[in-house]
Design a protein around this ligand. Structure first.
Ligand code: ZN
Length: 314
């Protein structure tokens, strides 16, 4: 905001950092500030002027938001071509123009190459604000043409206070939320709202029930498949890592499931270190295969059978 006030923002800014930190919010705040006609002393947009109202209505002529048509989809070359046209026109309000790309790693290869041209030849008074959770997946030439600002994890009291205020209802797991999200308050909030913690607790109960032979590995594989293979497998990988940590350093604060500590201890007692190390390596292969494998259910069966069969023959 200071740099906005001092008009020292670079031509292209790349905001990076983990998902759920609020990069999109920051990018949007910066866009508002740049276009606001009566910025406050702190650099924050006033929220009242004509520019702020047009932005709120989504119809500011000096603002272009480039994003996938659907979440998770790519951004093709057409919207990127639109950027070069957009920045060649003069600003309607005389405060320059702003292009926001959300997220820039969604660009297809052709689109990324087209953006590179735009970055190489700045036209007029346009600021490009790009965001990415995965900056290393970008073309190095795109990264080098932007000024990169990496947002740090927000594990401080302020974030905890914010999270507490945002939570619609509270439960026993709240104190773990921010730490588990790696200091990404929006992710923590999403987890709380979607019941992620209870979901994980239920999956842990599944594993303990499997130990007690309440159902077979094949039955559980079917259930987990119906819940979503990627979600259950990546959670299970987290459990394997947690068990490894418990065996090696027994440090609860570093667990990916700190709220399941007592249940995980029961599992840890029943499995040896060497097996976990082997399983951890295989899990990485399975997770890679999951993205291309057509039969995900079979893969889940293989995983749970491997986990269960450790009891036979050690
Ligand atoms: Zn304003």
């Amino acid at each position: 905001m200071q740099r906005v006030s001092q008009q020292r923002l670079p031509h292209a800014l790349l905001l990076t950092g983990a998902a759920g930190l609020g990069k999109r919010h920051l990018a949007s705040s910066l866009s508002h500030s740049l276009l606001c006609e009566s910025r406050q002393g702190s650099g924050v947009a006033c929220g009242q002027c004509r520019s702020c109202q047009l932005l709120a209505a989504g119809s500011h002529p000096d603002y272009l938001l480039v994003e996938p048509e659907e979440e998770g989809k790519g951004i093709g070359i057409a919207p990127v071509r639109e950027i070069s046209e957009f920045q060649s026109l003069s600003s309607h309000t005389g405060r320059g123009r702003v292009v926001q790309i959300e997220p820039v790693d969604a660009l297809t290869m052709n689109a990324a190459n087209a953006l590179l041209k735009t970055l190489e030849e700045p036209v007029g008074q346009t600021t490009l604000i790009l965001t990415s959770d995965r900056p290393m997946s970008l073309l190095p030439t795109i990264r080098s043409r932007c000024q990169q600002v990496t947002l740090a994890p927000a594990l401080d009291d302020e974030s905890n206070v914010w999270l507490k205020k945002e939570l619609q209802h509270t439960d026993k797991y709240d104190k773990h939320l921010l730490g588990m999200s790696g200091g990404a308050p929006l992710k923590a909030l999403r987890w709380a709202e979607s019941g992620e913690m209870s979901w994980r607790e239920e999956r842990c109960r599944d594993l303990l029930a499997l130990e007690g032979d309440e159902f077979s590995a094949v039955t559980l594989a079917q259930r987990w498949y119906e819940m979503g293979s990627e979600r259950t497998v990546s959670w299970f990988y987290g459990v394997v890592l947690d068990l490894l940590r418990m065996k090696q350093i027994s440090q609860a604060s570093a667990l990916t499931n700190p709220h399941l500590q007592s249940q995980l201890h029961r599992l840890a007692d029943r499995v040896d270190l060497e097996f976990l190390q082997r399983l951890g390596e295989r899990m990485q292969e399975w997770m890679r295969a999951l993205r291309s494998q057509t039969n995900q259910q079979l893969l889940l069966e293989e995983m749970l059978l491997a986990w269960q069969q450790r009891r036979v023959g050690g």
